[in-house]
Design a binder for this molecule. Sequence first.
Ligand SMILES: *Cc1c(COP(=O)(O)O)cnc(C)c1O
Length: 404
Amino acid sequence: MDYERFFEDELEKLHENGKYRVFADLERHAGSFPKATRYVDGETRQVTVWCSNDYLGMGQKTEVMQAMKDAIDANGTGAGGTRNISGTNHNHVLLEQELADLHGKEAALIFTSGYVSNWASLGTLAAKLPNCIVFSDAKNHASMIEGIRHSRAEKHIFKHNDWKDLDEKLSRVEKGRPVIVAFESVYSMDGDIAPIKEICEVAKKHGALTYLDEVHAVGMYGPRGGGIAEARGLMDQLDVIEGTLGKAFGVMGGYITASERLVDFVRSFASGFIFTTALPPALAAGALASIRHLKQSDAERRGQQAAVAKVRAGLDRIGIPYMMNDSHIVPVMVGDAKKAKWISDILLDQYGIYVQPINYPTVPVGTERLRITPGPLHTDEDIGHLVRSLNDLWSQCALARQVA
Ligand SMILES: *Cc1c(COP(=O)(O)O)cnc(C)c1O
């Protein structure tokens, strides 16, 4: 086989249908987020980032950076091993206690990313519970889908956020069979939020275990940043709450929180937890500082909500269509893959605005969009510039506007 030829042909196909991914080469500047330097064609340009998942700017918070520096000075760089073989650092232990407390659970377990936490936890639970059957929301993240697939358990997809469909499907399962219901709180592409209470009621009625991905909510919702379940007083209805340390907490890593036994079970059986080097102690220390800060400070959450409201108001004034939702995500609808890419390229090259286009298969064909994530560090000036730039491009591209 001509391997190189094969790779080339497959990549060519991606280019042809506009799915080839191009990364913006950025250097973020601590102290001036969301500003960054972009490296392009041997030159540098200043850009404002409008699609970061460092939602609250915690990646430049002085106390988080200081905690990481102090931890490097105290512990060195890497963990030095897997958790089992010399890699458990006191910072990991403290972080797990903090996370358990954040979600009102008995215990927590950290992983190298949110992706790994979903993949390893769902993969292990669904594989080991005898004859387990998994019910997965239609819009679940790839990490959950892959974890469930890896478990080889029987899987059924229920309609997105549709607890009635879930109820109907669950009522067909033989009594006594172990069931996991896996879903998210904030869905990252549409920004809509799950009816957690109803889904949990249905799941409990059928004796199922509930598994909630709060990746796009932790740090940002609830009085202590415990997520949507905290905000709605529902944390005790969930058997597993999963989250990331890499988005609103501004560092890296993932975790689950649950009962002591469930966590101990995943700790003891999950290959994706056991056979990999533990997170560097400095990451754990940084995440700990970030979580502790957001537990007692509301300023970042309020700043984010204010920026989101201002961006929406600006778009409303010029009739640019976006998907309305109850979260912090502003999906500006373009509805055409080529136009979405073109607008994003011009915004970056000519206006210094970085917002990645979101195309199929991440979203359905015809709903291509710019996913904007306003944060507490975007100024009124940044917001004005964004809205004026979109206004220009909407005219140039002859895109539809919304009449008020
Ligand atoms: C980003 C994401 C993850 C993965 O988290 P990482 O820490 O980035 O690996 C999991 N679930 C959802 C819904 C996500 O959007």
